[in-house]
Design a protein around this ligand. Structure first.
Ligand code: ARG
Length: 277
């Protein structure tokens, strides 16, 4: 059992973010996106700035990817690749509206000394992949059902040399793994069971008996779309129930308001790619 007084230790991280200068909801590829609802880009940029500042203030290195006009979802930088042990396994987007984002990410990795592996299979990077360095010797969790193809899970295992556990997502509102499950530290996760198939729920319960369980309200408030450094859990301000749950498990919740980006179907984690050396 997780003890409440347990001291959670942060670890310095390196992140990649992309400002929402060109953010818009011009098409709807997930149930959160409503093309009739206006978007306040200025507010989106302001909220994003506070996310960036929060991550820097916590002592992390934040790289910024130049946004590209005509790619309104590029702010969701998590989708551009999945990086483990210095290797970036590139993304290949399911929807053609986002396809060109992949090249922006690829340019970043290739020009800054990371090993980049181009994918053959459809996958949306850290949106559907998560990594736990100290669980089972280094474990990758991977979602499928809406975006990433199971064939990409096998490809990621080949490229990244860590076992990949495939988890089927069943609720269209939680279309990426990172809307339904988050890594809290090197070996712990939190997730909303209802977003997963019955078999995937069993697998998660077997692998992570001490997981922090979230409910539908938490998931709906994008409370699982969080970024943790092992101690500080940066999460959407709206997700107060989730903040209480991680606090009860000994972490320090750090709320940020990303209400504007929620109109695109994303929150904190969607905006942040972790670059792991
Ligand atoms: N509008 C974007 C899409 O549907 C949101 C991506 C959210 N990113 C994430 N990592 N869950 O593709």
């Amino acid at each position: 059992m997780v003890s409440v007084n347990q001291e959670r230790t942060p670890r310095k991280r390196t992140y990649l973010l992309c400002p929402p200068e060109h953010f818009a909801v011009e098409y709807a590829i997930n149930p959160w996106m409503d093309t009739d609802e206006p978007v306040d880009v200025e507010l989106a940029v302001k909220q994003w700035e506070s996310l960036r500042e929060t991550l820097s203030r916590l002592g992390h290195t934040v790289h910024v990817l130049p946004p590209r006009a005509g790619l309104p979802d590029m702010v969701f930088a998590a989708n551009g690749a999945f990086v483990v042990d210095g290797t970036a396994y590139g993304a290949r987007f399911k929807h053609e509206q986002r396809a060109a984002e992949a090249a922006g990410h690829r340019d970043f990795y290739e020009s800054s000394g990371w090993r980049f592996v181009a994918p053959s299979e459809v996958n949306e990077g850290e949106g559907d992949f998560a990594y736990l360095p100290r669980a089972y010797g280094g474990l990758i969790l991977a979602g499928y059902g809406f975006r990433t193809e199971p064939a990409a899970h096998a490809e990621a295992q080949e490229m990244l040399n860590h076992p990949v556990v495939s988890l089927r997502l069943v609720d269209p509102r939680f279309y990426h793994l990172d809307t339904a499950l988050a890594v809290l530290d090197d070996e712990r996760v939190t997730y909303f069971p209802g977003a997963f198939s019955a078999a995937a729920q069993k697998v998660l319960a077997q692998l992570f008996p001490d997981a922090v369980l979230a409910d539908e309200v938490d998931a709906f408030a994008f409370g699982l779309n969080l970024v943790s450094d092992g101690r500080h859990v940066v999460l959407n301000a709206e997700a107060s129930g989730m903040a209480a749950k991680v606090a009860a498990a000994g972490y320090v919740p750090v709320p940020v308001d990303l209400s504007e980006l929620k109109k695109g179907g994303g929150s904190v984690k969607c905006c942040v790619a972790e670059l792991r050396h």
